[in-house]
Design a protein around this ligand. Structure first.
Ligand SMILES: [Zn+2]
Length: 205
């Protein structure tokens, strides 16, 4: 009888330990997945100006509803920028879209450390950043008049990168066929971080 009692107690304890360990493993797994979730998103602009009903009626709609509407696509990108917490490194040949410029300035205003690299070709359209005290580096003509700083990439919090064909300009948004791609994949983000660092030093005037 003593033996059976002992066995029963031991088994219950073991079961409890195993259940507790399983619960911990499930929680740890959930936590790992949550913090290491892969994020990949693709947007296409389709070379047209046909906006959705909301944007045709000039409604500021912050939700991304219609992938055919260029304004919905722009607000999708703004949504990505609005999630920035610490750093925003922008390397963009041309940037004159007011909506996207304002999203960058908003990030700066809420304490995000913003750095911008542009080409001298488009320096006028980015004057606003300088007046706001946003750090800017410019590929000057004298550096190499024939070669363009033609990149279009943005690094968010050193963890995500936005890539694609699109300069952040009004024309690109309204008229062009363009692709924009966001990923948090380390193997892609890391080389872009290094590239930004290199160009930032290179254009240190
Ligand atoms: Zn729309």
């Amino acid at each position: 009888m003593m033996y059976y009692n002992y066995l029963f107690t031991w088994n219950t304890t073991t079961k409890l330990v195993i259940n507790f360990a399983c619960a911990c493993a499930i929680l740890a797994n959930f936590w790992y997945d949550y913090y290491n979730q892969e994020q990949t998103e693709v947007i296409f602009f389709h070379g047209n100006q046909s906006q959705c009903d909301f944007h045709r009626n000039k409604t500021t709609l912050l939700n991304y509803l219609n992938s055919e509407c260029p304004m919905c696509n722009v607000y999708k990108i703004i949504g990505w920028l609005n999630e920035t917490k610490k750093t925003l490194d922008i390397c963009m040949y041309s940037l004159n879209s007011e909506l996207l410029t304002n999203a960058i300035i908003d990030a700066h205003k809420r304490g995000v450390h913003v750095r911008i690299i542009v080409d001298e070709d488009n320096i006028r359209s980015t004057w606003k950043f300088g007046t706001m005290g946003i750090a800017k580096r410019v590929k000057l003509m004298q550096f190499n008049a024939k070669m363009l700083m033609h990149h279009k990439f943005i690094i968010i919090d050193n963890k995500k990168v936005i890539l694609g064909s699109m300069n952040w300009t009004v024309n690109a948004v309204r008229r062009n066929w363009e692709n924009v791609f966001l990923t948090n994949k380390y193997q892609i983000v890391d080389p872009f971080r290094h590239e930004f660092k290199t160009i930032w030093k290179q254009f240190d005037q």
